[in-house]
Structures are given as C-alpha cells and as structure tokens.
Design a protein around this ligand. Structure first.
Ligand code: SAM
Ligand code: SF4
Length: 427
C-alpha cells in the first residue's frame, strides 16, 4: 500500500517539475513515506531520520518531509522533537505536497494531515517504481471501516472509500498496453469495495471480472480479503477466469475464537475454517496465505495452541507473522492490557514461524513433479543466468533462460525446491 502511495506522490511531484535522483546526496527534497502499523515500523523511521541529519547540516536548503500514516499520528512529536523535518503530510494530503514544499522553502514548517471522506487519487497515474515493468499495484480503495481492536489503520488512513471503477479500468488498460502483465488490486478490505452509479452498485466481484476481461494475458491479483466478508460469489468469479490468480490472502490473526472476539474480527475459528474449506472446494489447488498476530492481550497457552493447530489444519502456503504491538489510541490500547510478556511473545512467535516453515515447505514439496504456468518477471537475483517468475499461486520459480524474456508466460516443470523457491525447467 505504501509503495502504491509513493508512486502517487512521485506522479504529483513529477507534474510539479521535480525529478527523481538515485543518489540521496544529490537530493534537494527528501520525503520519507511512513507506516504506523507496528512500533518497530515507526522506530525504523526515527533511525532513518537520524541517518540523514548530516545531509541537512551539509546542505542548509535541503527540505525533509515525513508523509503517510506516521505523519498523521505523530505530527507534534515530529515537528517538536525533530528540527530536521520541514513538511508533514498525512495520507490524504499528497496533492498538497507541492504547496507544502513552497511553504517550507519560505522558511515555514508546512503541515497538512486532514483526512478526507472522498480522496482516492483516482485521476492520478502513478509513476511506477517497480523495476520489472511486468507487475504493478493498483489501489482500488482507501481507508478502513473495520475496527479491529489492535489496528491503527482506521485512525491514520480514515474512513473507507472506493475508487471509481472507470478510473481503475483506465489505469489497468494503460498498464497492459505499456507491457505490464500483472496487476494487484489493493485495499484494506477489498471485499467491501462498493461503487454506486446511476442507481447501480458495483461490488468487488464485478470489478474483478471487469479487470480480468481487459485481457486474458493480464494476470489479476488482489489483497486483502477479510474472512468475515469473502463471499462464495467472489470465489466463483475467480474460478471462471484463468487469469485471476489462484491465491487468496486471508488473514486469520488468531486460531482462538476468544481472541478473535477480543480483536473484534467479527468471525470465529469455525467461520474461518469454513471459509478455507469453501475456497478449497470452489478453487481446488488455490494457494492460501495469512497474517497472524501472536501475544495479543490475554492470550493464553491454550489460545496459542489453537493458532498452531489452525496453521497445521489450513496448511497455509505462506504467512506474515507478527508479535502484537500495542498502538496508542486503538480500542485494545484503551480497553485491554498488553499483558503477554515480551519473552513469551517471542517464544510463541518463534514456534509459529517454525511450524509455518514446516507447512510451507511441505506445500512446496507437493509441487515437485508438477507443471505450472509462470509469468517471467526478471532475472533471478541469486543466479543471474536464470529467470525468475511466479505461478498463479504466487510461488516463486527459478529456471534457465532458454531464450525467453520477462513478460512472457512459460510452462515450467518443477524438479526440486528450496525453502523459498521452486526450481525447474521450461517445457
Ligand atoms: N486490512 C488487512 C487485514 O485486515 O488483514 C491488513 C491490515 S495490516 C496493514 C497488515 C497486518 O498487520 C494485519 O493483518 C495484522 O496481522 C498486522 N497488524 C496490524 N496491527 C498490528 C499490531 N498492532 N500489532 C501487530 N501486528 C499488527
Ligand atoms: Fe486494520 Fe482490521 Fe481494517 Fe485490516 S480490516 S486495516 S486489520 S482495522
């Protein structure tokens, strides 16, 4: 999401006459796009600011801006304690950045952190920062109306709003025409995408279908789905189009219904398991990945064991796993005690990671001997002679070049795997 936002900011700055430099020492303006989701994300930004302090000393007219979620959350602290920062712009104020730069040039601290009910940056064509020219992010909505107790997103990114499907389709068509072969539709909860037009409502499954119809040669991915909202209708739409990728990211957060209730996730362990069973029924062979938080308030060993057993039962292909990090202002911070000791959080996280590694590795081993259609994305980072791409299930595959190039589809027979990668030969 932040990469997609940085691409919007780059586009706004380009229109205002700015150019990007690869060398930070040449920069007259440094903008740092920030994340507030966990404390360590914010800690990294404070360290980053320290690491550029010497540049400001060397170049007195250098302008430094902090943009994104942390700007929204910590405006005062940033301006008061960090003399270094000239501009603070929240996630809905990116259009104002050129104006804020002028104010900073005039010697004022420039701030705009107003959240909007409408801003989707629909009309802005992002300047793509990815290097491969094959896959791109397309933001379809902003903000979030779910109030998960642990989560800062609704506070820093504001209320949920969907983007006009016409502008989404225009962006996707332009991407395809300029050589892109994969788009990932982004939103905090894509299942609640909703656009009203002339008395008609377009929901996510219809949008997905329209994007898939842009070309059968364009792969379509999306993230993130919410287990409480992912519908059978959406799964059936995915099953009808070969180019809608067979991979669903469905964050479980916990395997314990008691913890899910405290988290305000609005589903139970059983509901989550039913969704997984339905995905496997409607979309056989579909990969499923998840997010898990360990050590949430009051989590017991029993709750933790329920998360472990869910990992084993679901056989997730991949998981992002985090220690619970209390975020000021959230419902959990106000109403619950962050009472799982840090060392227990660490032990539980390590157990979850170890089990998930085992489960992911089993899922990769099951792919050996099978043939997958792979979209070539680039040269392999490790072995320059090989190409690298992904299967529809989002698994990375490395294979010898044999005269093929990025952006092409090839069929690859998998002959072995490592913990992170499938290795094979084009057939
Ligand atoms: N909207 C998506 C969802 O609900 O799945 C993604 C939200 S967030 C940007 C990505 C992940 O960060 C969440 O799924 C959750 O696992 C994790 N996360 C959010 N708040 C957290 C917190 N306070 N501590 C630890 N992990 C957190
Ligand atoms: Fe945060 Fe929950 Fe919204 Fe995801 S759905 S962004 S976890 S509040």
């Amino acid at each position: 999401m932040n990469v997609a936002d940085s691409e919007i900011v780059m586009s706004i700055l380009k229109d205002a006459g700015f150019q990007q430099t690869k060398d930070i020492n040449d920069a007259g303006l440094i903008l740092i796009n920030t994340c507030s989701i966990r404390e360590n994300a914010e800690q990294r930004i404070w360290s980053k600011l320290k690491s550029i302090r010497h540049l400001k000393k060397k170049k007195k007219d250098l302008i430094v801006g902090l943009i994104g979620c942390m700007a929204e959350r910590l405006k005062e602290q940033i301006l008061e304690t960090e003399n270094l920062v000239d501009i603070v712009a929240g996630p809905d104020s990116y259009r104002e950045i050129p104006l804020l730069i002028s104010e900073a040039e005039a010697g004022h601290k420039a701030v705009n952190i107003l959240l909007s009910r409408e801003e989707t940056y629909a009309d802005i064509s992002p300047v793509r920062m990815d290097k491969n020219g094959v896959s791109a992010f397309v933001s379809i909505m902003r903000g979030c109306n779910n109030m998960c107790a642990y989560c800062v997103v609704p506070y820093v990114r504001g209320a949920e709003r969907s983007r006009d499907p016409k502008s989404i389709l225009k962006e996707v068509r332009e991407l395809f025409e300029s050589g892109y072969r994969e788009v990932t539709l982004l939103g905090q909860n894509v299942d609640s995408f909703k656009w009203n037009q002339n008395g008609n409502t377009i929901y996510f499954s219809e949008l997905l279908e329209k994007v898939a119809k842009v070309s059968p040669l364009l792969r379509v991915r999306f993230s993130t789905s919410h287990p409480k909202d992912i519908s059978d209708e959406l799964l059936r739409t995915i099953s009808q189009y070969d180019n809608i990728c067979k991979h669903i990211h469905l964050p479980a957060q916990s395997g314990s219904t008691r913890i899910l209730n405290l988290m305000n996730r609005e589903y139970s362990r059983e509901w989550y398991m039913d969704r997984i069973e339905t995905i496997k029924k409607i979309l056989p062979g579909c990969a499923i990945s998840t997010d898990l938080i360990t050590g949430f308030c009051t989590e017991t060993d029993e709750d933790h064991k329920l998360t472990l057993s869910l990992i084993e039962w679901a056989g997730f292909d991949f998981a992002y796993m985090f220690k619970y990090s209390e975020r000021p202002g959230t419902k959990a911070a106000r109403k619950l005690k962050d009472d799982v000791p840090e060392n227990i959080k660490t032990i539980r996280l390590n157990e979850i990671i170890a089990l998930q590694n085992k489960v992911s590795s089993k899922s990769k081993k099951q792919d050996v001997g099978k043939v997958f259609e792979v979209l070539i994305e680039d040269r392999s980072k490790r072995t320059g002679d090989n190409l690298s791409g992904r299967t529809s299930q989002n698994k990375v595959v490395v294979f010898p070049e044999k005269g093929h190039r990025k952006g092409e589809y090839v069929n690859v027979l998998i002959d072995r795997c490592t913990s992170a990668t499938l290795i094979g030969e084009i057939i």
